[in-house]
Ligand binder design. Structure first.
Ligand SMILES: Nc1ncnc2c1ncn2[C@@H]1O[C@H](COP(=O)(O)OP(=O)(O)O)[C@@H](O)[C@H]1O
Ligand SMILES: [Mg+2]
Length: 211
């Protein structure tokens, strides 16, 4: 049986879509059967997938794009679990009945957060929601700059709020935007770069959590 994971946070621009596509590419290139679901009205994931079809050809993206069925998500994901190893849901930046349904339909929720005080504040209501739903969740620190002091302070505050934090974080690197634009992930470029190693380590950490 496959796993449904969602990348969620009411804060926009935290990296939900970027991390969704990079995990999808990683797992697909590792031989897993992967589907993505674009649950955000801004449709950036759909844009990325179309660019990927242009780049590789629509038969060779390696990833399946499943339509988001908002009125029937729980049943939809139950069926998709039978077909795929991983289904990745890219959530809208809001706390609405939709994001609650996405949380309820997921085996595990991953919450990208940029380690800045403003982003942390904006994330706390979402953390409360996830805790209320009694869902397993883990924060992914994203766009981390080599100014370690702030990140450490953020970690302390998040732990104080009762949050789990992934051991592997993702650095701020322009290659994420460059690859996104052409429908690719950093793993498609090279598996040996530092940034690819971060994605590989994060992907492995997530798989261990899902076991
Ligand atoms: N680790 C990163 N390093 C550099 N830029 C990033 C990183 N993660 C995301 N971005 C950029 O930040 C912007 C918002 O990211 P996105 O994934 O679209 O966030 P969300 O889906 O949460 O709204 C995009 O322009 C994206 O390219
Ligand atoms: Mg997005």
């Amino acid at each position: 049986m496959g796993k449904i994971i969602s990348l969620s946070n009411q804060k926009g621009g935290s990296g939900k879509t970027t991390i969704s596509v990079n995990l999808a590419v990683l797992w697909s290139n590792s031989g897993y059967k992967v589907a993505i679901i674009d649950a955000d009205n801004q449709k950036s994931l759909t844009y990325w997938y179309k660019a990927r079809e242009n780049y590789y050809g629509s038969e060779d993206t390696g990833i399946y794009n499943e339509q988001y069925d908002s009125s029937n998500l729980y049943e939809q994901t139950r069926e998709l679990k039978k077909k795929y190893d991983f289904v990745i849901i890219d959530s809208p930046p809001s706390i609405t009945i939709e994001s609650i349904n996405i949380a309820r339909s997921s085996n595990y929720i991953f919450i990208p957060v940029q380690p800045s005080p403003v982003d942390l504040l904006a994330t706390l209501p979402f953390l409360n929601l996830v805790n209320k739903e009694k869902k397993k969740s883990t924060i992914i620190l994203n766009r981390v700059l080599p100014r370690a002091k702030l990140t450490e302070a953020m970690k302390l505050r998040l732990r104080y709020a009762g949050a789990n934090i992934a051991r592997n974080k993702i650095s701020s690197k322009i290659i994420f935007a460059e690859t996104f634009n052409v429908g690719r992930g950093v793993i498609d470029i090279s598996v040996n770069s530092r940034v690819s190693k971060e994605i590989i380590n994060l992907g492995n950490e997530i798989i261990r959590k899902l076991e």
